[in-house]
Structure formats: C-alpha cells, structure tokens
Design a protein around this ligand. Structure first.
Ligand code: UDP
Ligand code: MG
Length: 327
C-alpha cells in the first residue's frame, strides 16, 4: 500500500517494528510484550521482526515460542554480524508501510511510537528519537561523541543529527531507499542522514537496561566512530595531503637557509642531530599516513570482495502474517 501525505491522517497503516537482538534472552519477552501492547493502540495491522544476531544464549528459543503471540518473524543469523547488519536484515524482512526500529533491551520506551506515528501522520517520512540524557554519561562517551559529531560535520556534506540513534520510524520510501544501497560497510547513523527525506527529531530519555550489559565497549565505540568517519568523509586523506604540503614547505625553507648559510657565510654544519631528528619525523609522518591510506584501501577491499553483509540461517514466521520476502 502506498500512502499519499493527504491520506495519512485517516489511514490505518501496516506497522512493522524491527528489533535487533544479541544475547537478550532475559529482556526480549518483556520488550516484545511492551511493543505489542502499544502497537495494538496504533493500528490493527502490525507485525514484529526480530533479528537474532548470532546470540549465544536462549534468545532465539524465547522468541520462537512467542512467534504466534506477538506476530513475530524471527530471522536468525548464522553468527554475530553486528547491530548495523542486523538492522539491514530487519529492514529487508519488514513488510509494513512504515518500520520502527527498537532495541531489545528495553531502553527504548514503546510509548514513544505513538508520537512517532503522529509525526508520520503530519507528513514526516523519518522520525528519529534524540537522546536527552547525555549530561549523565561518562566523560569518555560525552567528549567522544562531541568530537565525533564535530569531525563529521566539518568533513561531510550530510548533516548527521546529534544524539540520534537507531530508535526511529521510517516510511516505506525510506526503507526501500536504505535497502537499495549496495554498500556492505554500513554506518547507519550516516546512511539515515544520507538518504534524506522529510525528517524530524523527537526527544526521549533512554530507560535503564532490563538485564545484562551494553554490547558496546569503549573499543567498539571507537571502532564504530572510525568506520563512520572513513565511510562518510575523506578528511583523514585530506589531512595527509595538507600535512605533506606544510612539511614540504618547511623542508624547502630550511633547505634554502642551509644553502645560503653554506654559500655566503661558509658556516660548517655540524647538522647530525638535525638530520636524524628530521628523518625520524618525516618517516613517522609518512608511516602514519600510509596507515590512513591502508584503512581506506581496506574498505575498498571489503566492498570489492562482494560478500553479503550477513547470512541468514533460518526464518520462523507466524501463520497469520504474510511476509513476501520469506519466499
Ligand atoms: N545488538 C545486536 N548485535 C550486536 C550488539 C548489539 O543486534 O552485535 C543489539 C542489542 O541486542 C540491542 C541493541 O543492539 O537490542 C543495542 O545494543 P546495546 O544495548 O548493547 O547497546 P547500547 O544500548 O549501549 O547502544
Ligand atoms: Mg542498550
């Protein structure tokens, strides 16, 4: 079904909620219950897609038992492929006129979906939830995210909204656009912004996790930020060229001074420390930027290999819901 903006006020859209889950056995049942409760208030047509991202606990078993109760399509990965890829799969299996992406750990309040739907009815194609609780976070996360957004906005053309994550509603148009992108290294925050569409942010405060701990360690967060920067900007490469130019100018100036000194003032040049120091410095800078080049090359290599972003081992769907992509 396609919905024109004018009909959105009255239509009863099909809503798909999709939930990436990794080791969430203790949380997923409660989360699904919350989601279903709110969905019932929103529309008679809804379903849920849970992507089990290679969990090592009982997540898949718990969900499988609830397939009929909560109209869940369970998509199981053959191993852990990461949240970004789980979202990609979830979008592929979602059949709704709109898709809402939510975490499995209960941190995203289902009630916010009501506001998201309201905004969709007003004509927005993407409604993203914006975190309001940054002030209480660790200084690592706070400064890290500040630096990240500053760097991204300085170096890319797409403007990525601050503190907006994967908790968002997307119209079918947006979902189709996202699914059509061929790239394998998916940095969702960037991609959401890149596809465009009429978007709006709504504030929310994440709830505490029901059980367990976040899968994102400091190291993983840094890796994710680096993926974001290298897949959406060429700033590090530009920095390399810029540094090269500055250093070359400095070297040229210094060389000229040395030549003038030797020709006109016949100064004997002891020079040894200067030579060693500058050699080491230049070698260091070169190695650093060869590393940066390597990072980009690695991304190209990953894309060229053409491997799929994830492998589905099995799909369990309820009888009642027809999901055309399960065929
Ligand atoms: N998740 C996933 N694959 C992973 C890591 C996490 O599908 O490799 C899911 C996880 O089950 C949860 C969501 O992504 O539903 C957010 O993860 P988490 O709570 O660990 O991150 P945070 O809340 O700290 O962003
Ligand atoms: Mg969480």
């Amino acid at each position: 079904m396609t919905t024109l903006d004018t009909t959105r006020q009255t239509v009863q859209p099909h809503i798909t909620v999709m939930v990436p889950a990794y080791n969430e056995a203790k949380n997923i049942a409660k989360t699904l219950d919350n989601i279903a409760r709110v969905l019932q208030q929103m529309s008679p047509h809804w379903n849920i897609v849970v992507v089990d991202d290679g969990s090592r606990d009982q997540t898949a078993h718990v969900v499988q038992a609830l397939v009929e109760t909560y109209r869940v399509t369970l998509v199981r990965f053959s191993r852990n492929f990461g949240k970004e890829n789980a979202i990609c799969a979830g979008l592929n299996y979602a059949s709704g006129d709109m898709v809402i992406c939510m975490d499995a750990d209960g941190q995203h309040a289902s009630e916010l979906m009501l506001t998201m739907l309201e905004k969709w009815r007003e004509g927005y194609e993407m409604v993203y939830a914006v975190r309001q609780d940054r002030a209480q976070e660790s200084s690592f996360k706070l400064w890290g995210s500040r630096a990240f957004y500053r760097m991204m906005s300085a170096s890319t053309h797409v403007s990525i909204p601050r503190d907006a994550g994967d908790f968002r509603l997307m119209d079918r148009k947006v979902v189709d656009a996202l699914c059509a992108l061929p790239e394998r290294n998916r940095f969702m925050k960037g991609i959401y912004a890149w596809v465009g569409y009429k978007s709006i942010g709504i504030p929310y405060t994440p709830l505490p996790r029901l059980h367990g701990e976040s899968a994102y360690s400091k190291l993983k967060l840094i890796a994710l930020a680096w993926t974001g920067i290298t897949s959406f900007s060429v700033l590090p490469l530009r920095l390399a060229s810029f540094t090269g130019v500055i250093l070359a100018l400095l070297a040229f100036t210094y060389g000229t001074i040395v030549i003038i000194d030797t020709l006109f003032f016949h100064e004997s040049i002891p020079g040894w420390p200067t030579v060693v120091a500058s050699m080491m410095f230049f070698a260091g800078v070169q190695l650093l930027f060869i590393g940066v080049l390597g990072e980009y090359l690695a991304r190209v290599y990953d894309e060229v290999k053409g491997r799929p972003p994830y492998i589905v081992s099995d799909v369990v769907a309820p009888q009642s819901v027809f999901t055309d992509k399960d065929k």
